[in-house]
Design a protein around this ligand. Structure first.
Ligand SMILES: O=C(O)CCC(=O)C(=O)O
Length: 241
């Protein structure tokens, strides 16, 4: 099922949008980044090692390498929304750039906070679409309401291919509560999908022959709370306000 567009935007009615986030566990805000900003991020990604070596594998923490990615994570409109979602002053935590070349394998179902281990409600993710994203080129599938089930059991997944994807990223899949079904969430270039730390989400394979699905994941945590640094993620807070 394709998710209907969010009924409210933070720009038009922040309280209603926040309520929708609390109920559903995610929210799509259109046009957070304009065309020039998206173009600049895409252009900067061409200098990453994984672009130059042709692997086009995801690049971890580009905000530490190229200032424009740090500036993206600090964008006031984004940070104002995130501050409401994490219930206090936010700190940046981790970023990841996905090239999503044609053929890229999707991510298995997971809850970001399984890895981050932050207190409930203190951690959220912002997933910025850098291309128009739909079912064919690998949009996110989100399980509305699944953030209310706590941290769920995970089990190992047999990986037949990790093409285009971080091989460490989807060795596990979380259990899905029986009563919860996913919705496919298309997003226009420049939109941000805000994700509750415990919402179950996954991504589809990019089945197109010629359409990349670039995205920038930016994660945030309420200032002062504990979290798990992780091995490959190397999480470390940075100022966004
Ligand atoms: O962009 C993707 O394919 C999945 C990203 C994601 O779900 C994550 O990094 O938590």
């Amino acid at each position: 099922m394709i998710a209907p567009a969010s009924r409210f935007t933070f720009a038009a009615n922040a309280n209603a949008a926040e309520q929708e986030f609390d109920e559903q566990g995610f929210f799509v805000e259109p046009d957070v980044f304009d065309v020039a900003e998206v173009d600049a991020l895409v252009a900067a990604s061409r200098d990453f090692d994984n672009a130059k070596n042709g692997s086009l594998l995801p690049t971890m923490n580009p905000h530490r390498m190229v200032p424009i990615f740090c500036q993206a994570a600090q964008k006031p409109r984004l940070v104002q929304i995130i501050a409401r979602l994490v219930g206090g002053r936010p700190m940046g935590l981790q970023t990841e750039f996905f090239f999503g070349r044609p053929g890229t394998k999707g991510f298995t179902p997971h809850q970001d906070n399984f890895y981050v281990q932050a207190p409930l409600g203190a951690f959220a993710s912002a997933w910025l679409a850098l291309d128009d994203v739909d079912l064919a080129n690998g949009c996110l599938n989100i399980y509305p309401g699944s953030h209310k089930f706590g941290l769920l059991e995970v089990s190992a997944v047999e990986q037949t291919s990790t093409f285009g994807q971080d091989p460490d990223a989807n060795r596990l899949a979380c259990a899905i509560p029986n009563q919860i079904s996913p919705v496919c969430v298309p997003a226009r270039r420049g939109s941000v999908i805000f994700l509750h730390g415990q919402i179950i989400h996954e991504s589809n394979d990019n089945t197109t022959a010629d359409r990349s699905r670039r995205a920038l994941l930016m994660t945030y945590i309420r200032e002062g709370v504990d979290f798990n640094k992780g091995r490959s993620a190397g999480r470390q807070t940075f100022q966004v306000t």
